[in-house]
Write a protein that binds this ligand. Sequence first.
Ligand SMILES: [Zn+2]
Length: 270
Amino acid sequence: MTPRPWRGILVAGFVVVAVVGIGGAATGLWSELAGDPAMRIQGLTEEVPWHEALPVPSYAPAAEPEPAPEPTFDLATHSTTDPASPWVIVNKQHPIAADHVPGDLVDVGGARLRAAVQPDLAAMVAAADQAGARLVVRSGFRSYAEQAAARADVEGRRGFAHAERYSARPGFSEHETGLAVDIDSGTQPECNLQTCFAQTAEGRWLAEHAWEHGFVVRYTEQNTAVTGYAPEGWHLRWVGRDLTAWLHAQGVGSLEEAFGVPGGPDYPTG
Ligand SMILES: [Zn+2]
């Protein structure tokens, strides 16, 4: 017999067609099954792992934790009568001992201040500088004798009535504590120690930001009746950041009001 190779080729071709055909049909069927939402397991997607798709058993809810009590500010932390206290109040009703000289005075830009004041003052001057306000330290501690001379100078130039509103009599000045500092304007020196200081870059910055550094603008338009002094935007008193933060948050405008300490324009009689 003569071999007929074309028959083999024909058979092989048939087999290939059959296999491809059946395979194609099966693939199509699988695709349909996989694409049918009914054939998928409810709730399972590729994004959510099975263990997270399962319902979470519910337990009895834990008791709500007690909120931490608001820290209460203690106004009795420091004395308001001890001349060495950071919160001492010196006003026309509350003099300071004539011989009081703090033992920890340091030189700050040519002025003397208690050591505790220096870091906050340095930080404040730097912060103001960043904002274009040039705070220049003018004066700090004055002894009784120095306050007497300063007061006599003001009185001599401006008269008694003016001096009473702007300059303390010796023995009644915050400058005798070493905790008060007068600031000059580096941008408008013509307003130094003048009412217009409040409108300088320095005065405006201090009114808004001094508290952030532990200082209060001690004499303002709002507290004149309480403090007994005309507004002095340049006169700062250091009491520390804890107290100034509290004063700011509470909206309390003077040390007298914060501590319930009498002040006002009148000196003790007799
Ligand atoms: Zn002053």
